[in-house]
Design a protein around this ligand. Structure first.
Ligand SMILES: Nc1ncnc2c1ncn2[C@@H]1O[C@H](COP(=O)(O)OP(=O)(O)OP(=O)(O)O)[C@@H](O)[C@H]1O
Ligand SMILES: [Mg+2]
Length: 246
């Protein structure tokens, strides 16, 4: 197995506020790493550090054997990092196709012609081809989530970052998304980091599971054993108590 991504004792945050505290983990090529953890534990911040929106103040990030700790977000996207946003943010006034085309052309630097081919492939894979000409602003939540994934695919990433793509969906829709994510791995050979709170989904759909707590990795390992561990149960219970106290 080849390691595609490595976080090595990363500290990062917003301004003077440190959120990630010595975060370390690795992702093997062609696998799905699931990420869970209470609200505010730093999951989305980890994605922000990974795509270069925030720069670590300590530690390092290696991607495909290259040190990307200080590489700009644009360059990282071109090296093969594709992300989705926790709150889908398509260009509402553009069609579904145009949204993916923009990601391919402006996000990844492809020509219009290549971009169109890549966009078509991304729409096919995400089941949106029939809605290619539909305005993105009129899509259902499930289709908006699919579009988020299609836009990430538009940059032809090696590693795709999914931030709560199942949130807000009903069970049948979650199954659709799970199938789509597993297709990304098996059909496209993609490596995936998938943040989600829907715990059941994570046990069945991931190869390795990491639980974050207070900006670092609490536990990393086999999904079922991580889920059933005492540490993970305690960190979630602790977070609930904090919520109740507020
Ligand atoms: N842009 C920002 N500026 C300042 N603080 C931020 C910013 N974004 C997030 N934070 C803070 O960083 C901490 C971690 O937030 P983050 O969004 O990474 O958590 P999360 O694990 O993704 O949570 P959730 O499960 O709710 O999505 C929180 O305390 C949050 O308030
Ligand atoms: Mg988040």
């Amino acid at each position: 197995m080849t390691t595609l991504l490595k976080f090595d004792r990363v500290d990062a945050g917003y301004g003077a506020v440190k959120i990630l505290k010595g975060l370390s983990f690795e992702v093997e090529e062609g696998t799905i790493l699931g990420v869970i953890g209470p609200n505010g534990s730093g999951k989305t911040t980890m994605f922000n550090a990974l795509i270069g929106l925030i720069v670590p103040t300590a530690g390092g990030i290696t991607f495909g054997g290259k040190d990307i700790t200080k590489v700009s977000p644009d360059k990282r996207a071109r090296l093969g990092l594709g992300r989705t946003f926790q709150v889908p943010r398509p260009f509402e006034n553009m069609s579904v196709f145009e949204n993916v085309l923009v990601a391919a052309v402006h996000g990844a630097g492809h020509s219009e012609k290549d971009g169109a081919r890549i966009a078509k492939g991304a729409l096919e894979l995400t089941g949106l081809l029939e809605k290619a000409e539909t305005g993105a602003g009129t899509l259902t939540l499930l289709d908006r989530k699919r579009l988020e994934i299609a836009r990430a695919l538009g940059t032809e990433p090696k590693l795709i970052l999914l931030d709560e793509v199942a949130a807000g969906l009903i069970d049948a829709e979650i199954k659709d998304i799970m199938k789509l994510v597993s297709d990304l791995k098996t059909e496209k050979g993609l490596t995936i980091i998938w943040i989600e709170h829907v715990i059941e989904t994570m046990v069945h759909s991931t190869d390795v599971l990491m639980c974050m707590s207070d900006g670092h990795e609490l536990l990393i390992g086999d999904p079922l054993s991580v889920m059933n561990s005492r540490e993970v149960e305690e960190v979630y219970l602790g977070a609930e108590e904090e919520d109740e106290a507020q």
